[in-house]
Each structure stands twice: as C-alpha cells, then as structure tokens.
Design a protein around this ligand. Structure first.
Ligand SMILES: [Ca+2]
Ligand SMILES: [Ca+2]
Length: 257
C-alpha cells in the first residue's frame, strides 16, 4: 500500500515527562514517522525515552519509523531505523538551553528544519526554513553552519535585543548599536555609540549559517563618523547578525525585494 507523507517530528525536546503507559512515540496503523533533530531524555520511567512500533497485521504493510540526528535515552523497538543517535547527556541548563560544550551543537540536519508556515519574519516566504529558534534567536548559528538538536540554538555571540555596551570605555547601560532600517531590503545604516566604542577591529555582518558576508573596518570608517552603510541588495532573505565585537551584536532581518 502506498504511504502518505510521513509524520515528521523535528527539533523538539521531550524531557521530564511521566509516561507510565509507554514510549514517547508509538507508530502503528501503516504509518511512517521520522524523528529528526530531537532530544528525548530524562523522562520517567526509562521506557518513556523510547519509540515503539506496533499494530502488525499479517499481509498488511507494516508501519515504519526512522530516528536520526537525535539524543534518545532508551533506543527503539525492532523495525525502527536509527542513524546518528546517541544517549549522551545533552548538557542543558535550567531553561533547557544547550551549554557551549553540549553534544547537541551542530548535530542536526538542516534539511528537516520546519517550514516558516506562519511567516515569523514577515518576508512573505512561508516555504523557507523557520528563521528563529524558540527563544527568538537565529535558528542556525555557529561556525559549523548546522542546526542544533532540540528547540533552542546555542548562540556563539550575544544576540540579546539591546545589549548594554560592555567594552573598554563603555557608557554603562547605553545601547551599543542602532540599525536602520530593520527589517531591511537594500541597505543598513549602522550607528555605534561613539566615542564610547573602542574602535578595535571590525563590524561584521554574519549570515544565518554563521558566515561573514560583509566586514567594515571600524577605525577607518566609524570613529570619525558614528555611522556606516552596508549594501545588502545581494543577500538572501533571513536573520543576520551585526557583530561589532566587545559583546556588541544585534540581529537584522533581511527581507526579499
Ligand atoms: Ca548550531
Ligand atoms: Ca518567512
């Protein structure tokens, strides 16, 4: 019998649930499930950290399932395929966010990131991968360019919405940077808190995969004039980061034209 589109569970976290009646997922009735980029850990009893296949009927195509790129404490029943699955400690903090040394970092498969069907970034594109994680930070971050397991992405740089300037000679508590317009489609104007800004190094524009796509020399272009302009007409839509160093970084949304 022909299978319908698979049921896909991606970038979720199943933790600290109590399920005395069985596993986190039970696949039956000729269905097919794909469980990718997930963290399934610390549920009780231990059997709750597993997947089960059931409902076999002679002569009928059985159900099937695959678990990959995931942390799963207890494994799966016969008939479910596992690829790149470990039972490692995901090293999550009190808010279930991964630490800098967590094995979930960069362990995911970018091709199964859910579609942006509610258009979170307002660019009219509902087919693209969802741009943000559950905390509102870029969904794919880190030099490895790969999504982390679970709902939260570890952010290698500070992406708080309005971080205080903390570099040398800072005006304590003052916003370190302004970006106009934001969202933007053709260019961005970056204003730094001069003269507080130390002028060490560069202002970098970082794409959703963690690649530097523009770099402005701070000393030459920013210290005399507190703002600079970066052309973004060639950039794909998505959430980028403007990183001025010294803990001063802010997101900018690049929209389609
Ligand atoms: Ca990552
Ligand atoms: Ca969108």
């Amino acid at each position: 019998m022909e299978k319908v589109n698979p049921f896909v569970v991606s970038n979720t976290l199943f933790v600290e649930n109590n399920s005395p009646d069985g596993p986190v997922l039970f696949i039956e009735n000729q269905s097919h499930a794909e469980v990718v980029n997930n963290i399934i850990t610390d549920n009780a009893p231990p059997e709750a950290n597993s997947l089960l296949l059931g409902g076999f009927v002679p002569g009928i195509t059985p159900s099937s399932g695959i678990v990959r790129n995931s942390i799963l404490d207890q494994g799966v029943s016969d008939g479910i395929i596992m690829e790149d699955v470990t039972d490692s400690d995901p090293q999550l903090d009190m808010e279930f966010m991964p630490s800098s040394t967590s094995p979930v970092l960069g362990a995911g498969d970018n091709s199964v990131i859910a579609a942006d069907w509610t258009d979170l970034d307002g660019d009219g594109n509902r087919e693209e991968p969802v741009p943000w994680d559950l905390a509102g930070n870029p969904r794919v971050a880190g030099a490895e360019g790969r999504v982390d397991l679970g709902p939260f992405e570890y952010q290698p740089i500070d992406v708080s919405t309005d971080p205080p300037f903390v570099g040398p000679g800072s005006n304590t508590g003052q916003a370190c940077m302004d970006i106009h317009p934001n969202p933007a489609s053709t260019h961005i104007e970056i204003s730094l808190a001069v003269p507080a800004f130390p002028g060490q190094g560069k202002v970098r524009l970082i794409d959703p995969l963690g690649r530097v796509v523009a770099s402005v020399n701070v000393a030459a272009d920013l210290q005399d004039d507190s703002s600079t302009r970066i052309d973004i007409t060639h950039l794909a839509s998505g959430t980028y980061m403007v990183d001025a160093g010294g803990g001063c970084a802010r997101p900018v949304v690049v929209t389609g034209r």
